[in-house]
Design a protein around this ligand. Structure first.
Ligand code: LIP
Length: 271
């Protein structure tokens, strides 16, 4: 069952990947802004989500849908698809080849605190890279098994992180970076949470953390990183969610967890 769901996620993600890559070459149109002027949605975001939704409806009409750009629909099968039609939309707008289509399927409500992720695919069409996993079946990049780095100390850890579409939040997030930057090897801001989590899964990053993610920004990448041997969660044993998302090899996870607490990662954010 999970393999079939994985194959479906991959087939559909690749089709949406082809579409957004084609639109990229044809020229990107901003359709609207959302939570702030910086938070844009393009016509291609809408087209990609509409395509994914219709293909899922054809293949599995009883499943629920929870996507970034359209109304959620509830499930009668117990399964719900969590979809980000373009993760890294600002990269997509600027032509930075680090954006992805993300498709995951979970058992239960579309709530990261309670869902059980079963299968997931994240495809970066500009790089020709497709990450995928099924629960208990491991993770792959273009079909090749991948593993997260292990045995890395915090002082030599290369981390990834991200910043919100709200200026006050970005200032707060920059404060966490200021605390952390002297404790680790370096920090990368690559612009897509899903691809950051996949980078942990294949060893391009030793760890990743971010606060304020939506469910569709981490649903797929979290399962892929976990199946590659990383621990993915929040603070104080919580699940990964908007409250906090941290991913790293289990030993490094614990060290980074405490460094982030020292840096004030759980403080309340204004704005
Ligand atoms: C983005 C995430 C990124 C985060 C951005 C935004 P989007 O998702 O991938 O990690 O820093 O604020 O949430 O908006 O491109 O789908």
């Amino acid at each position: 069952m999970t393999r079939e769901l994985q194959d479906l996620a991959t087939e559909i993600a690749l089709k949406a990947g082809e579409l957004i890559l084609r639109r990229r070459t044809e020229g990107v149109t901003v359709a609207a802004t959302k939570s702030s002027a910086e938070d844009v949605v393009t016509l291609a975001d809408h087209e990609s989500e509409a395509l994914i939704r219709s293909l899922l409806l054809d293949a599995r009409p009883d499943d629920g849908f929870f996507g970034e750009e359209s109304e959620a629909s509830s499930s009668t099968s117990g399964l719900t698809w969590i979809v980000d039609p373009i993760d890294g939309t600002v990269n997509y707008l600027y032509g930075i080849p680090n954006y992805a289509v993300s498709v995951a399927v979970v058992e239960g409500e579309p709530d990261p605190h309670t869902w059980k992720a079963l299968a997931a695919t994240v495809t970066n069409p500009a790089a020709g890279e497709t990450f995928s996993a099924a629960l208990g079946e491991g993770a792959t990049l273009n079909g090749r098994t991948i593993r997260a780095n292990s045995g890395v100390s915090a002082s030599l850890a290369l981390l990834g992180t991200g910043f919100a579409y709200n200026a006050d939040r970005r200032i707060w997030q920059a404060g966490i970076v200021q605390h952390l930057i002297g404790e680790v090897r370096d920090i990368r801001r690559m612009g897509s949470a899903e691809l950051d989590l996949c980078s942990v899964a294949c060893g391009r990053l030793d760890g990743y953390y971010e606060r304020g993610l939506n469910p569709w920004d981490h649903a797929a990448g979290a399962l892929i990183a976990q199946e590659a041997g990383a621990r993915v969660g929040g603070l104080h044993g919580a699940a990964a969610s908007a409250d906090f998302t941290l991913a790293a090899d289990p030993a490094l996870f614990d060290v980074l967890h405490d460094l982030l607490l020292d840096a004030g990662a759980e403080a309340s954010i204004l704005g």
